[in-house]
Structures are given as structure tokens and as C-alpha cells.
Design a protein around this ligand. Structure first.
Ligand SMILES: [Zn+2]
Length: 330
């Protein structure tokens, strides 16, 4: 169900062992003289509520001691827990500016995960009620915009005795920001990196979240950071950090290669490509994977390598340049 890991005497990591949607985001807890800081807040209610209360008690605190919450981005499985904590405390809540609107406005959240255009090229999703899914799986997640404070990139944030440098890493989400502690070589990766165990739905990305090229650039940026321990929002990251970054990059590269290989056989629809790229279970649980397929197709169309006619995509001039080369040329 969960693991409570002690990182140091004043920092703890609550890792939820379920990573299949709907899965609560992991929560980093940092103790300071005033009480508790959280990085990400998980879902509102359910397992998150029980586990958070239990872990906080184990550390000798109560939920009322949570005075600050820092959000890596505005997806519902990260922000919902803020509303749970607010039943017991009045925390300051910080969020990257690029995620502020989606955390407060259901329409913006919907567009961040399932843009209208994706519904037109994946007709099975035309009337799909994604907000109903989020309400049922994440609880009442909509935050009060008046209470949010922006976390700007480049800002150094002191949380307890830790000094985090913030890096904006769009692709998965327009606002996604990772927190790096250079002295202790810690990185809080949010949803940037694919982590263990299997069942993890990452890496996931949409055009409205930044798309393929910004995602690859984000990976390149974090690859340059000195990291001994990385803390992902879903699952656990162990072993060499460079290998973990490369593993996530490999998912993007392989997906695009498979799309190009498939299109070399003839025109295909987004939904046909979905079936090729993701398992039936993944598509059943997270039908918004089509947004990730669309992010690749949008980039290929923009490059003039693929053309769309109604629902079908086809290769232009049979060109199938690999993604690595394409990314380097951009
Ligand atoms: Zn996310």
C-alpha cells in the first residue's frame, strides 16, 4: 500500500506502491521549526488521506502541523490532497505558474489532459467525461486560485534546511517543475521520469502539456544535474540517474519509431496507433493516452513528415527520419 522512507532526520518520503491509475502521487515530507512541508499532496481522500495521517502521526505530528505545500504541477493526483489537508490546517500552497489555471479550472484541466482536438481524431473519446473520472478517482481536487502562490523557475526555495533550485520541465505538463537540492544531490522529479514498478503509466504527455520536443529538452536539462537520489511521484527510482533519464527518453524515441514504422505500411488513424503503442488495459484505464499519440503526430505533421486527411495519417514522401536526428535538427 505504501512505504515511509527516512531520507534524513528531517526528511521523509511517502511512496504509494500502487502506480496504476488512479494512483496517488508520492509525497515528500520535510520537517522544520514550524512544522511540516509537503512536496506534492496526492489525492483528496481515500488511501492518500489514511496514509498521510498515519505517516504524519508516526513522525510525531498531526495534519494541523502542515504549514506549506509545494506542488510540482497541477494534475489532479498531485493537487487533490491540498483540499484534504485544508480540513485540518491552513497551509500556504505554492504551484508553478504554468499549472495554476489547470489546478483551479476544470475546463483547463480537461484541455491539459485531453485537448478537444484529440477527441476529433479519436472519436471514441468524443463524449468521454474525463472530469467525471477525475472527480471519482481524485476526489474534489479543484483548488482556490486566490490561495495559490507562484513557484517561479530559477527561484531557489528554502524548505527547512534544504535549498531547492527549481527547473521548469514541460512536456508532461505545461507547468511541471522539478526540485533539485545541489548540496545533497536530491531531485524531486514529479512525473518527468518513468519509475518502477510495472503498471506505471508514465511517460505520458500531450501537446497542451508541451509535447514531445519540450519533453526531450526537459530530459536533457535534468540529465546535466548532479543527482544521487531521485524521488519520483509514482513508483521508485533506483540506480544510476543517467540510466533512468535515458530509459524515459527511450520510451519517447521508441514510440515515435513505432508510429513511423506503422505508417510506412500505409495510412493509420490515431486510434489504430493507440492500440499499437499501449496495452488494452492501459487504454481502458487511461483513455487519454490518445493525447500522447497526438503529441507525436502533431510534431510529425509540423515537420512535414506526416500528413493528415480526416482521421487518417500517412507518411509524406515515405520519409521516416528517426527522432534523435529530428530532435537534434530542431
Ligand atoms: Zn502529472
Amino acid at each position: 500500500m505504501y512505504r515511509l522512507e527516512t531520507i534524513a532526520e528531517d526528511s521523509f518520503f511517502i511512496q504509494f506502491t500502487n502506480v496504476a491509475w488512479p494512483a496517488s502521487a508520492n509525497i515528500l515530507v520535510i520537517v522544520d521549526d514550524d512544522g511540516l512541508n509537503l512536496v506534492d499532496a496526492g489525492l483528496n481522500g481515500g488511501e492518500t488521506a489514511i496514509v498521510l495521517e498515519k505517516c504524519v502521526a508516526e513522525l510525531g505530528f498531526g495534519l494541523a502541523d502542515i504549514h506549506s505545500i509545494y506542488l510540482t504541477h497541477g494534475h489532479t493526483d498531485h493537487v487533490g490532497g491540498v483540499n484534504f489537508v485544508k480540513r485540518f490546517a491552513a497551509p500556504r500552497v505554492f504551484i508553478p505558474p504554468g499549472s495554476m489555471a489547470e489546478a483551479c479550472d476544470p475546463k483547463v484541466q480537461e484541455n491539459a489532459v485531453l485537448p478537444d482536438f484529440v477527441r476529433t481524431i479519436a472519436p471514441r473519446l468524443e463524449h468521454y467525461d474525463i472530469l467525471d473520472n477525475f472527480r471519482r478517482s481524485c476526489g474534489d481536487w479543484v483548488l482556490d486560485g486566490e490561495e495559490l502562490e507562484p513557484l517561479e523557475e530559477g527561484l531557489e526555495v528554502a524548505i527547512g534546511r534544504y535549498r531547492f533550485c527549481l527547473y521548469h520541465t514541460p512536456g508532461h505538463d505545461a507547468g511541471l517543475t522539478v526540485f533539485h537540492e545541489p548540496d545533497r544531490r536530491i531531485l524531486v522529479t514529479g512525473d518527468l521520469l518513468r519509475a518502477s514498478p510495472p503498471g506505471n503509466s508514465l511517460p505520458w504527455y500531450s501537446s497542451s502539456g508541451g509535447g514531445v520536443v519540450p519533453y526531450l529538452e526537459s530530459l536533457e536539462r535534468v540529465a546535466k544535474l548532479e543527482v544521487e537520489r531521485a524521488f519520483p511521484a509514482h513508483g521508485a527510482l533506483n540506480g544510476d540517474f543517467a540510466v533512468q533519464v535515458e530509459k524515459t527518453r527511450g520510451f519517447l524515441v521508441r514510440r515515435e519509431e513505432r508510429i513511423l514504422e506503422e505508417l510506412s505500411q500505409g495510412p493509420r488513424t490515431c486510434e489504430q496507433l493507440d492500440v499499437l503503442l499501449y496495452s488494452p488495459m492501459a487504454l481502458e484505464v487511461c483513455p487519454w493516452y490518445s493525447s500522447t499519440t497526438e503529441a507525436h503526430l502533431a510534431r510529425l505533421v509540423e515537420q512535414g513528415r506526416v500528413a493528415r486527411e480526416e482521421l487518417e495519417y500517412r507518411l509524406e514522401n515515405g520519409a521516416s527520419r528517426p527522432l534523435q536526428q529530428g530532435a537534434a535538427d530542431d
